[in-house]
Design a protein around this ligand. Structure first.
Ligand code: FEO
Ligand code: CA
Ligand code: CA
Length: 693
């Protein structure tokens, strides 16, 4: 640790929506979204204005229990992320029953935020499965940080891993890995620019093009000797693919071909080059990967005079951290040919990981926002329902319900997300407004809870929002949701249905503006919500229906540091401290797993992965399974407890360093023995596998 200590630096911290975090991350990841004027200036009613009018929670829950959806293989295949692309084949693979687990562990102690280590429980080992820069194709060059080129990066694994899926083939000895690459940390990838100097245009372009190739997604074949043993990735695998900021996507759904998405490059409005800000995602029962285009706004010089732009960008801008707009006019919305280019990002994209030649899709029917991700559940009537969060302070929770039903035809299922209806959530509480104190203290009925409505934005595929055309609802979805009075939430991240119960879990990561720019309500009951919370939502008219009941499962934080944390009633002195919930997953026993992004700057510990039982005496017993290294975020958890394995993506390790003075050496360590004067290797965002020792 002494050597690592030498590389510690004191870096500027800024007050960010995620709590205090490194200024460099605010710039690179979210384009300083938190420092700009709030782009949601709508005056929707919130809970405080409608409290007291709530229905009887018990009556609603009773209806929900009566209407509980029987599990199908489809659920287990998607949200359970069990094993196969072919959902009809899951039965043959012997999926375990709820309550079964091969993943016993003693929770780890929280890891202080200055420790540059990946920590797992006793009895487990870990190793990287694939790292930024690893060559994917037979002709791809080996990683060499000093010899980066756009051409090399296009053939190598991308940067800043987020959503992750590991899908074994039926043999369990081969499979495919899919991973989002959300953004790049140029500050630790490239040599620093000396004070008072600027990069010459050709170097701006070289670095910009490397970044374009380092983002997007990777699809990579994997192999191993048998179930429960670690995987290796296969260089040159048949399904290997890189999707980048230059890959062509097909726009689907009602807004495809509309005037709102036409540009000089694409006068038909049907083909978009690239995907941006790919954050979380989901895996469908038909074996495709959904990926959310989240912080796409940071890549454009915005023109706030253009229709709809201000609600997505808040202000006009002339430059970005990537510099793409300086040499590629499609990133300059002031250019007359590309005013609509930003309208072509902010969608849920769908990738077929089995066909490297397939054209990926952007689904306009699922709306346009800063999509965290999308997770699919099959309703009782076999339509598919996708749950989605718009991750910005005071933005909304959505769901999409397909028009058509899931079938045995994979080709037909691949069109399910192109046609259907979009809904936004409106929450009501069941406690008097004056009981919501903003401190997290429970109201007199003992929980934060109530009912809610899914308010339709489209019906039979057509706008039902007064004053909005269908295309406007789907391209300027935030404005349509403002118009129907959706409930402003504390930054909705992953929204994940439990495959075993159908209940839906919503991670709300934090909201520094709660109680000031947005009023307190029972669903968002903490002033300046620093540590985030998790809502448990019960569909009371089926998953395709429009009514729900809800309760807060967790009010996060470190009980040793703050009062009024809440863990579904479990004793607070017996849980692992947890802050800023982000990505969610379920294991085959029906436990919720939560990955965090923001613990270092809020509770002083490295981010981690936590298991939370949802039933029985252990309900709410938060237990930490692993911790990621210094200045990293835990992403994309995949829980294969059925074979004693867990996978996570380690995003932005050492984000606060510089090329010359790195602050993390994860995962490669030092170039030689760690002795004074040794040179650290640059940190590499990686996919890590944890397996039984
Ligand atoms: Fe990219 Fe909402 O996290
Ligand atoms: Ca209540
Ligand atoms: Ca996230």
């Amino acid at each position: 640790m002494t050597i690592i200590e030498n590389f510690r630096r004191s870096l500027p911290m800024v007050e960010h929506a995620r709590g205090k975090r490194l200024a460099v991350t605010c710039e690179l990841k979210c384009a300083n979204a938190c420092m700009k004027p709030d782009c949601n200036t709508s005056s929707n009613p919130t809970f405080r204005e409608i409290a007291g009018a709530a229905l009887s929670r018990r009556a609603v829950l009773g209806l929900g229990a009566a209407g509980a959806v029987a599990l199908t293989f489809s659920q287990a295949g998607s949200a359970g992320r069990a094993v196969a692309a072919d959902y009809e084949g899951l039965g043959g693979l012997g999926l375990p029953k709820p309550g079964w687990s091969k993943l016993p562990f003693e929770p780890i102690k929280p890891v202080p935020a200055n420790i540059d280590q990946f920590v797992v429980p006793g009895g487990y080992n870990w190793m990287p499965l694939i790292r930024w820069g690893d060559p994917l194709f037979a002709d791809a060059p080996a990683f060499d940080i000093a010899a980066q080129t756009p051409e090399a990066q296009a053939r190598q694994f991308g940067y800043n891993s987020d959503y992750l899926e590991i899908i074994p083939d039926k043999s369990l000895k081969t499979g495919v890995l899919v991973n989002n690459h959300e953004y790049v940390n140029a500050n630790i990838m490239f040599p620093s620019v000396p004070a008072g100097q600027v990069l010459p245009p050709e170097e701006v372009r070289r670095r910009g093009d490397i970044a374009k190739m380092a983002q997007g997604l990777s699809v990579v074949e994997i192999s191993r000797s048998g179930s429960g043993t670690p995987w290796s990735y296969v260089q040159g695998g048949r399904r290997n693919r890189r999707i980048t900021v230059e890959t062509v996507f097909e726009l689907t759904g009602p807004a495809a071909g509309s005037a709102l998405v036409k540009t000089a490059d694409d006068p038909e409005g049907r083909w978009v080059r690239g995907t941006l800000g790919n954050c979380a995602g989901g895996t469908t029962p038909w074996g495709t990967i959904l990926s959310g285009e989240e912080n796409f706004d940071g890549y454009f010089a915005w023109n706030a005079e253009a229709p709809g732009h201000a609600r997505y960008s808040s202000t006009s801008t002339t430059s970005t951290s990537t510099g793409w707009e300086t040499y590629d006019p499609r990133f300059n919305a002031h250019d007359a040919g590309y005013v609509n280019e930003p309208n072509r990002f902010g969608y849920i994209v769908e990738i077929d990981p089995y066909d490297p030649d397939s054209v990926p899709k952007k689904h306009t029917a699922m709306g346009r926002m800063k999509h965290e991700g999308a997770n699919v559940y099959v309703s009782k009537d076999r339509r598919v329902v996708a749950y989605m969060g718009d991750d910005q302070r005071n933005d909304y929770l959505y769901k999409f319900v397909s028009k058509n039903k899931i079938s045995a035809s994979r080709a037909k299922n691949m069109t399910l997300l192109s046609e259907g209806d979009l809904y936004v959530a409106k929450f009501s509480g069941d406690s008097p407004a004056n009981e919501i104190l903003g401190t997290g203290q429970l109201p007199s009925d003992g929980q934060f809870d109530g009912t809610g409505q899914w308010v339709p934005l489209t019906k039979n595929g057509k706008s039902v929002v007064p004053g909005f055309t269908t295309e406007e609802v789907l391209v300027f979805t935030r404005l349509a949701a403002d118009a129907v009075g959706a409930t402003k939430m504390d930054r909705p991240e992953d929204v994940q249905p439990n495959p075993w119960t159908g209940k839906v879990y919503v991670a709300l990561t934090n909201n520094s503006e709660r109680g000031t720019k947005s009023p307190l309500d029972e669903a968002n009951p903490v002033t300046g919500n620093r540590y985030g919370h998790v809502i448990e939502l019960t569909e009371t008219a089926g998953h395709a229906g429009t009514s729900f009941a809800w309760n807060i499962l967790l009010l996060c934080g470190d009980p040793a540091q703050v009062a009024n944390t809440y863990f579904a009633g479990f004793p607070a002195d017996m849980v692992s401290p947890i802050s800023c919930p982000d990505n969610l997953a379920f294991d085959a026993a029906g436990n919720l797993w939560i990955a965090t992004d923001g613990a270092p700057s809020t509770i002083g510990y490295n981010d981690g992965l936590f298991k939370v039982p949802l039933t029985g005496d252990d309900r709410g017993h938060v237990q930490q399974f692993l911790a990621v290294p210094r200045q990293a975020e835990t992403c994309g958890p995949v829980i294969h407890d059925w074979e004693g394995m867990v996978f996570v993506a380690v995003q932005h390790p050492g984000e606060g360093g510089t090329y010359e003075l790195q602050t993390s050496v994860f995962p490669d360590g030092y170039k030689s023995a760690p002795v004074p004067g040794d040179v650290p290797t640059a940190p590499r965002p990686s996919v890590v596998q944890v397996y039984r020792a």
